[in-house]
Design a protein around this ligand. Structure first.
Ligand code: ATP
Length: 322
């Protein structure tokens, strides 16, 4: 449920057209990517190592120059209007590169100043409290645990009140508590209208918090889709029927359901598409299957269904392109 619904009638907050990146060694990391990011959405970019996710984020943030194509943020070109676009963006990189001898509060406050924003002690206090860093505000960065350093990275990115927040692999290698905390922070931010783009290898992360999912592989955007639509469109369902006693073969009269007999005749499997829901016929097909099973005197003891996860879909997609 969205507190601030992505408004598709408004122009996209980030617009990417024909984005191509060829690195100095001739490697083509992005191949003419088109993508619109809507204001207020949470977009998860999934892709294996080396897919081009960081390259794309770095170009949007103005840290890497595109070879071809155009990117606008809030209507401004990221190359020509670098200062304007950069001030709208908060970037949480994979690693902390700031001075390890600086204190938490100074690092975060300094970050606000870097973007030309005036001092706001109340805001910095709120950010540090939200990220459970307030007690550590006077500690030097080198004294913090890896998880705490991650929190500092987020605090730094939020210090200048960005409209768009990029999180590059935010939960790689963090523990469960920190991951939960981060998701909470992300959800809270979304409620204030901030657009959030995260790259991740963790598909369950995308499944849990994203509104839309983009899949990048070998420099190409393979798809971009509303998460639920994606799971309906590409997902599959399986109905498993446990039997009270084994049967030797699928009984006659059930051929049209393409049942598979498994577990030495102890169970039957029926595969169907996840988008065959109420209204387009599938319910009646399941009902027909139940009737046919009863008519054929199939000894049922239990029924269960399994829906493919985003992970199954992702592995299938990447596998098809490999
Ligand atoms: P990961 O999930 O591992 O972070 P990624 O999807 O973010 O991967 P990128 O970091 O964008 O991928 O890298 C895309 C490809 O471009 C990789 O093959 C990488 O080796 C290559 N690459 C990145 N930076 C450079 C560079 N400066 N020079 C040459 N090749 C580069």
């Amino acid at each position: 449920m969205l507190a601030v619904p992505p408004n598709s009638s408004k122009p996209p907050v980030v617009s990417i057209r024909g984005l191509t990146k060829v690195y100095g060694n001739g490697f083509k990391a992005l191949k003419s990517v088109d993508l619109d990011i809507r204001e207020g959405e949470i977009l998860a970019l999934l892709g294996p190592n080396g897919a081009g996710k960081t390259t794309m984020i770095s170009i949007i943030c103005g840290l890497v120059n595109p070879t071809d194509g155009q990117v606008t943020v809030g209507g401004h070109d990221v190359v020509r209007d670098f200062r304007e676009t950069r001030s709208m963006i908060g970037l949480v990189p994979q690693e902390l590169t700031t001075d390890q001898f600086e204190t938490v509060i100074n690092t975060v406050s300094f970050s606000r100043g870097l973007h030309g924003k005036g001092k706001d002690t109340a805001l910095i206090e709120r950010i540090l409290k939200d990220l459970s860093l307030w007690d550590k505000r006077n500690n030097m960065l080198r004294e913090l645990s890896g998880g705490m350093k991650r929190r500092v990275l987020i605090a730094k990115a939020l210090a200048h009140e960005p409209r768009i927040l990029f999180l590059d692999e935010p939960t790689a290698g963090v523990d469960v508590t920190l991951r939960r905390d981060m998701w909470q922070v992300v959800n809270k931010l979304r409620q204030t209208g901030v657009t959030i783009i995260l790259t991740t290898h963790y598909i369950e992360e995308a499944e849990e918090i994203a509104d839309r999912v983009g899949v990048i592989n070998a420099g190409e955007l393979l798809l971009i889709e509303n998460k639920r639509t994606l799971m309906k469109k590409l997902g599959s369902k399986q109905l498993r029927l446990e039997l009270t006693r084994p049967i030797a073969a699928v009984p006659p009269g059930l051929e049209s359901f393409e049942l598979k007999l498994i577990d030495d005749g102890h169970a039957l499997i029926h595969d169907y598409a996840a988008d065959e829901t109420l209204g387009n016929g599938h319910d009646s097909r399941i009902a027909a299957l139940m009737k046919a099973l009863a008519a054929a005197d199939v000894p049922l003891s239990d029924i269960s269904t399994h829906q493919s996860s985003l992970e199954d879909i992702f592995v299938k997609l990447i596998g098809e392109r490999a």
